[in-house]
Design a protein around this ligand. Structure first.
Ligand code: 6PG
Length: 474
């Protein structure tokens, strides 16, 4: 039997699922995990449930055996936790490899780390790719969305294999090279930021249902299931319906009612927000979503707040805020969120010299990934026609925004007046009102800056900069 050329290191949940996907849809591979018992368990499980695939997988027990089990040029996928473990594995592997052997970091790396690793690899003259892989365990097993970054030649070497394991949208594989260095991981970070925002907006609407309208989880599930058949069709709406419908086998209560309201996070949403601030590309809907997760984690603070100030006054009815209005608000909020996300990608692309293929980003997100939705296909079309323009100005989305922004306004105003926090939806509305205001209030900021710091300002009636006000003589 000829030796495999591919290898996968790290047999956690995602790594195991990806290994099976590669064995089934791409090519035979060698696998290695630092803890051998994990490799044994993975192989035993695979032999039992998928013997055909087990035959295409070579398990190894040391890094040396792992490398020796493959033919050069090798392509080794790292599926280890982001951060130092990736550096440790690269340092351990590189001396064992040939110069043409490719290392691929397929974890959720910070793109700065990927840039640094890509530069180090380029200096050594060895290939390295950083690829963003989305879709959770199921995606990894049956077809993720893949956002590649690194030297194009290295991408070309594995593109066929990656496209054959990726999800596909109407026959087009969702695996695309985004650009040099950390471009793929940057696109993945923005994906995750949008993921946070999509999830948060759904949670906010769930809050309106639960706390405002006093609905049961089951009632919420019915609406999400219905919305999943309309313009909001998406994986996240679909699973929200399923989550709302589920019953806890232990207590017999709705599962949602026994899940503690403290959201976890691994940090990718926060990275997106930090980069957006560095780049001066506002993404307030994503910021609100990250902030909301942080506030959620302050459980004692919130409980004390409720004791001291009392819970929000509610008493909402569907006469005041209809389900249709909430659906419209979600549509408008989603468009604002993606408009901000793509704007951030454009800013990053220019600043980092990546030439990110905007329509391809939308295309690669149409299937496999967590934020997949029917709207992404329309976004891909809009970005094909206007790759650098803000999405809200593309005719299709401009019309949707005109049609649904009143619903967003009514939803936010009603929720706020009933004491229901809707931070992401409010941020979407506020951003919309800011970008539709030709004459903002920043003239006051400029006046203040000039007053206390002589920073100078521009005038509306003359060209040039560095004008000053009459403060000295005031
Ligand atoms: C994906 C997800 C995934 C992410 C988890 C958890 O695209 O498959 O984005 O990569 O790690 O969803 O993220 P948080 O723990 O930050 O919520």
């Amino acid at each position: 039997m000829t030796k495999p050329r591919m290898g996968l290191l790290g047999l956690g949940t995602m790594g195991s699922a990806l290994a099976l996907n590669i064995a089934e849809n791409a090519e035979p591979l060698a696998v290695f995990n630092r803890t051998t018992s994990k490799t044994d368990a993975f192989m035993a499980h695979t032999r039992k449930h998928a013997p055909d695939l087990a035959e295409r997988i070579t398990p190894t027990t040391s890094l040396e055996d792992f490398v020796a089990a493959m033919e050069s040029p090798r392509a080794i996928i790292l599926m280890v936790p982001a951060g130092q473990p990736v550096d440790d594995q690269i340092d351990a592997l590189r001396p064992l490899l040939n110069p043409e052997d490719l290392i691929i970091d397929a974890g959720n790396a910070n793109f700065h780390d990927t840039n640094r690793r890509a530069e180090a690899a380029a200096t050594q003259g060895v290939p390295f790719l950083g690829i963003g892989v989305s879709g959770g365990e199921e995606g990894a097993r049956f077809g993720p969305s893949i956002m590649g970054g690194g030297p194009k030649r290295a991408w070309d070497q594995v593109e066929g294999a990656l496209r054959s394991i990726a999800a596909s949208y109407e026959g087009t594989p969702c695996a695309t090279w985004m650009g040099e260095g950390g471009a793929g991981h940057f696109v993945k970070a923005v994906h995750n930021g949008i993921e946070y925002a999509d999830m948060q907006m759904i949670a906010e609407v769930y809050g309106v249902f639960r706390d405002g309208l006093q609905w049961t989880a089951e009632q919420c599930g019915e609406v999400f299931a219905k919305w999943n058949e309309g313009p909001l069709q998406s994986y996240l709406i679909e699973i929200s319906g399923k989550v709302a419908d589920a019953v806890d086998p232990e207590s017999g209560k709705p599962m949602l009612d026994v899940i503690l309201d403290r959201a976890g996070q691994k940090g990718t949403g926060r990275w997106t927000v930090i980069e957006a601030q560095h780049l001066g590309a506002p993404i307030p809907v994503i910021e609100a979503a990250v902030t909301a997760r942080n506030v959620s984690s302050r459980l004692p603070l919130r409980q004390r707040g409720e004791d001291v100030f009392g819970a929000a006054p509610v008493g909402l009815t569907t006469d005041i805020l209809s389900v249709e209005t909430l659906e419209g608000a979600m549509i408008a909020g989603k468009i604002m969120c993606y408009a901000q996300g793509f704007d951030l990608l454009n800013a990053a692309s220019k600043t980092f010299g990546w030439s990110l293929p905007m329509p391809e980003v939308a295309r690669v997100w149409r299937e496999g990934c967590i934020i997949r939705s029917s709207m992404l296909n329309d976004m891909a079309s809009a970005l094909t026609d206007h790759p650098e323009d803000n999405l809200i100005f593309a005719p299709f989305f401009r019309d949707l925004v005109k049609h649904h922004s009143p619903a967003l306004r009514h939803t936010v105003a009603t929720a706020l007046s009933h004491g229901l926090a809707v931070p992401a939806l409010s941020s979407a509305l506020t951003w919309f009102d800011m970008v539709r205001t030709g004459r903002s209030t920043a003239n006051m900021i400029q006046g203040q800056r000039d007053f206390f710091g002589a920073h100078g300002f521009e005038r509306v009636d003359r060209d040039g900069q560095g004008f000053h006000g009459p403060w000295g003589s005031a």
